[in-house]
Design a protein around this ligand. Structure first.
Ligand code: SF4
Length: 430
């Protein structure tokens, strides 16, 4: 019975191994589709062969922890080889037939001339008319400030994430660090809503426990035990700096934490928005409310820089929280980003004081405290409504890619995004 050229190559590899040719031929055999071993399992064995001893022994001992179906395929392959080596026919032709039969290769017979001719008789069909072009509508029931931030950063990214749901973002070590840190601070302030009344030593001891507990809860998210340990140490050092700042801030102006991971719901122009505020403080002296957003990634370094992002409609997070709490009747006078990324730096928030008429501030100022006018917050709210309307009325036919290559650096859709901009150094190498 004739077999295909690829099947013949597989038979040759099996025969070579039966004649003691060694692991290289067996490795080729297991990577052939005729072996019956799934590609990933064969590749894993091939990659690890130098470290796990003779390949046949590794296969027979099921040395790699594989899903049941894949392990069974490996063992089936081993059984066939065992049967062949226990009952080796004298002549090569008989042995070749035995391999063909053992692996049921007859099914892969090459097509005869008649079958080949039949395949050439194709009947051509009229091409189908393409579907009419139409705009895309957001399917979301709710919007969030981070979704609008994604749209502002790169409309194509928003499309991939919220319309296609093309790739599940598996998260990263940095994002799990942030999740665990947020959880630790939520627990910490449950016990210490008024840091000014608490003993500093007690707070320092408790935050160590809260960080330990939160990272233990999320340890399976990280790639490795080493990664957990590194991020945990970084968080512990940063948390002590956080307590430094808390103590100093409480002395300057005592305050009470009145909300932790507080749901923020808001209707903007008929569009429902949802979010969670990391922390909400009330000044004990004035009753004014501050919105605090913990930041465990890169943020604006100065108040002026953050203000520019809000003005340019690149960041809607704190404007959204401002309007959500204002609607609830709070007198929100401060919006703050609290950096918790760098264990080597003091915790110094970037603060925008909300004022009716903003003070003039130099764009290049290094100050971390500045002002934001209510008019800027109002414009941000108007723009949020406009974006939601664009996203829901089906008027967008094509979502543009960003013009800033740095936005693509950690983008989960980078591989699929053929139109993404390239940094200068990448262009040089293309
Ligand atoms: S790779 Fe760049 S251009 Fe493409 S979706 Fe991501 S951020 Fe946008």
């Amino acid at each position: 019975m004739p077999i295909s050229a690829h099947a013949r190559a597989f038979v040759d590899d099996v025969l070579a191994w039966l004649s003691h040719a060694g692991d290289a031929r067996l490795m080729r055999a297991i990577r052939s589709p005729y072996s019956g071993i799934p590609h990933d399992a064969a590749a894993a064995y091939a990659a690890l062969t130098p470290h796990i001893g003779p390949l046949f022994d590794a296969l027979a001992g099921a040395r790699l922890a594989l899903p049941t179906a894949e392990r069974d395929a490996v063992l089936r392959f081993v059984e066939r080889l065992r049967a062949l080596s226990n009952d080796v026919p004298d002549d090569t032709a008989a042995l070749r037939d035995a391999v063909v039969t053992a692996f049921a290769l007859e099914r892969d017979a090459e097509p005869g001339p008649q079958a080949a001719a039949a395949e050439l008789h194709l009947s051509l069909q009229e091409s189908q008319a393409p579907d009419p072009r139409a705009g895309i509508r957001a399917r979301q029931q709710h919007f969030s400030a981070s979704a609008l931030n994604a749209f502002a950063e790169c409309p194509r990214k928003w499309y991939y994430r919220y319309v296609c749901a093309a790739v599940e973002d598996p998260g990263s070590s940095a994002s799990f660090y942030g999740t665990a840190f947020h959880l630790a601070l939520e627990h910490f302030h449950e016990e210490f809503p008024r840091p000014g009344d608490a003993g500093e030593a007690l707070m320092r001891a408790r935050i160590v426990e809260d960080i330990d507990r939160a990272f233990a809860q999320h340890r399976d998210d990280f790639d490795s035990a080493i990664e957990v340990e590194l991020q945990l140490r970084r968080a512990q050092r940063t948390a002590q700096r956080y307590v430094d700042w808390l103590v100093a801030q409480s002395r300057r102006a005592p305050f009470t934490v009145i909300g932790r991971e507080l749901p923020a719901n808001l209707d903007l122009g008929g569009h429902a928005f949802v979010g969670f505020i990391d922390r909400l403080d009330r000044d004990d002296g004035t009753g004014n409310v501050s919105v605090i957003d913990y930041k465990t990634g890169a943020i604006a370094a100065t108040a002026g820089e953050y203000l520019e992002k809000v003005r340019a409609f690149k960041d809607f997070q704190l404007p959204f929280y401002y309007w959500a709490r204002t609607e609830q009747g709070d007198r929100v006078t401060r919006l703050a980003l609290l950096p918790l990324k760098d264990a080597m730096l003091d915790v110094e928030p970037v603060v925008l004081e909300v004022v009716p008429v903003p003070a003039t501030q130099a764009r290049r100022s290094e100050a971390t405290v500045g002002t934001i006018g209510i008019d800027v917050l109002e414009r941000a709210r108007t723009r949020m409504i406009e974006i939601c309307t664009e996203l829901t009325d089906g008027s967008i036919e094509s979502f543009a890619v960003t013009t800033d290559p740095s936005a693509c650096t950690y983008c989960a859709y980078k591989i699929a995004c053929s139109q993404r901009p390239h940094a200068e150094r990448e262009k040089f190498g293309r």
